[in-house]
Structure formats: structure tokens, C-alpha cells
Design a protein around this ligand. Structure first.
Ligand SMILES: Nc1ncnc2c1ncn2[C@@H]1O[C@H](COP(=O)(O)OP(=O)(O)OP(=O)(O)O)[C@@H](O)[C@H]1O
Ligand SMILES: [Mg+2]
Length: 261
């Protein structure tokens, strides 16, 4: 099972849009996927129709609840979700002083009685606190959605440094699945230049897929449908299919993934 944490501490960079729609396109291509929503905002859960899920994942992280008890089926065959709980916002406090609190989720996943999924995707919150650390300790890979805007590049170096620290201290096999340019507006010079700069600066780490700015992606959550169901032919659906293909081809070729800088 490939475990991919979708991370960027910058808010609004496209994490949830990527988690929800990459999950849907992987499933469309025959993969079995588990999506874990680690963000107390619960945007990915709401997108799939799960709202205010009681204690849920909070209890798994703080109180020994089994992970299998909070896994839900979604409307899509072969896609399961662990919905977020608003209580997750209090995890940091609840785990203060706990030894090795960054590896709780990893332990819970290891203890699942079965793991029928090909992919486990984790939608992270826009902070690098204990929730994101749990995701990075569990993951084999990170996918970093970056909004194609100059301000977005500043935080990226810092994020990659943090990922590198996690790799050194907690998770030596952590690799970069890719930096994913999102909200790319190919009509503007600025947006295209940012993608070029990303490719220059982070050679070999930037996905060849880019996600174009597409209003359908912003509308889809209001209809509680992933883009594949909301508007299956739009640019957004096509771009996330390409991303799924790109990730799946990494799997087939088993190319060594670039390690963190
Ligand atoms: N390719 C796109 N085209 C148009 N709108 C997009 C696209 N990607 C994301 N958006 C919009 O940008 C906003 C932020 O996206 P999203 O929620 O995916 O980011 P996020 O990184 O998960 O945010 P947060 O850090 O708050 O969790 C949302 O309103 C979303 O609809
Ligand atoms: Mg989000």
C-alpha cells in the first residue's frame, strides 16, 4: 500500500481538492483507496457527505479507539474514508507530554486487521503540528500541492526542510512523490513562469501533471461530488486523471523516487 501525505502548511494551496479528486480518479482507474481526513476543518469529509463525525478520529489518536471502527464507506465503490472530527483541533493539547505522539496513527494503521487498499491518502491541515507530523511519520511519500503564485514559493523551501527533518528523525524512508502545481492559469504569463521556476528550483521533484484553474473544482464540494461525478469531462477531472496516471506509472516502473533535498 502506498501511503501519501498531502501536505502544505500554506492554507488554500489545493490539498483538499487534490486529496478528494485524486482519490476519485485513482478509484476510477481501478485502485482501492482509503482517504484519511486529518484536518479539523473536515473539508474532505464534507465533500464526501460526512459532517460532524462525533469524536471519531480524535478518539483513535487520543483514546485507543481502533481505526477500523471509524472507517466509512463512501458513495464511490472502493473508496473508504476516515472522516475528520472537529475535536481534532484539540489533539495537540490532549497529547501534550505523551511519548512518541507523532507515531500514534502509524501504530493504528499497522494494527488494522486488513489493509485491502492500494493507496492511503492523507489530507493534512494547514499547520505543521502533531496532526501533520502523524501523517508524515506514517507516510512513505509526500505530495505537495502548490498554488501557482509567487507567494506560494516562499513557504515551500521551509516545508521541504521540515520534511527533511522528519525524514532524518522519524521516517527515514520518506520520499517526495511530487510537488504539484495547482490553480495554474495558462492564460497568464505569471502562472506559467511560476511553474517554470518550480521546475528549475526543485529539479526532478515537480510533477509533470499540473492542475489548471477550473471553476468546476471549486463548485464540486457544494454538490458533495468529486469532480469525476460532478463534471466528468471538465479540465479539472482530466488534470486529476493525469495525476493519477503519473502516480500509477511511478508504481509500475518502480523508479527510485527523488529523495528530499
Ligand atoms: N484547480 C483549482 N481551480 C479552481 N479553484 C480551486 C482549484 N484548486 C483549489 N481551488 C479552490 O481554492 C480553495 C482552496 O483549495 P483547497 O481547499 O483544496 O486548499 P487546501 O490547501 O486544502 O486549504 P486548507 O489549507 O484550508 O485546508 C478552495 O476554495 C478551492 O475550491
Ligand atoms: Mg484543506
Amino acid at each position: 500500500m502506498r501511503i501519501i501525505a498531502i501536505v502544505n502548511q500554506k492554507g488554500g494551496s489545493g490539498k483538499t481538492t487534490t486529496a478528494v479528486n485524486l482519490a476519485a480518479t485513482l478509484v476510477e482507474k481501478g485502485k482501492k483507496v482509503l482517504l484519511i481526513d486529518m484536518d479539523p476543518q473536515g473539508s474532505a469529509s464534507m465533500w464526501y457527505g460526512f459532517k460532524d463525525q462525533g469524536k471519531g478520529l480524535y478518539q483513535v489518536l487520543t483514546d485507543g479507539e481502533k481505526l477500523e471502527n471509524v472507517i466509512e464507506k463512501t458513495k464511490l465503490d472502493n473508496l473508504h474514508i476516515v472522516p475528520a472530527s472537529p475535536l481534532l483541533a484539540g489533539v495537540e493539547k490532549a497529547l501534550a507530554g505523551e511519548v512518541a505522539s507523532e507515531s500514534i496513527l502509524k501504530d493504528r494503521v499497522a494494527n488494522l486487521p486488513s489493509q485491502p487498499w492500494d493507496y492511503l491518502l492523507i489530507d493534512c491541515p494547514p499547520t505543521l503540528g502533531i496532526l501533520s507530523l502523524n501523517a508524515l511519520t506514517l507516510a512513505n511519500e509526500v505530495l505537495v500541492p502548490v498554488e501557482a503564485h509567487v507567494m506560494a514559493l516562499h513557504g515551500l523551501v521551509q516545508l521541504l526542510k521540515t520534511i527533511n527533518v522528519v525524514k532524518q528523525r522519524l521516517n527515514p524512508s520518506l520520499a517526495i512523490a511530487g510537488i504539484l502545481p495547482c490553480r495554474v492559469d495558462q492564460r497568464t504569463k505569471h502562472s506559467v513562469e511560476i511553474v517554470d521556476q518550480l521546475k528549475d528550483r526543485f529539479q526532478g521533484q515537480v510533477c509533470s501533471s499540473v492542475i489548471r484553474e477550473n471553476i468546476r473544482l471549486a463548485e464540486a464540494p457544494l454538490h458533495l461530488k468529486p469532480i469525476t461525478e460532478y463534471d466528468t469531462h471538465c479540465n479539472g477531472a482530466q488534470d486529476y486523471r493525469k495525476l493519477a496516471d503519473e502516480l500509477m506509472s511511478q508504481e509500475k516502473r518502480e523508479i527510485p523516487k527523488p529523495s528530499v533535498v
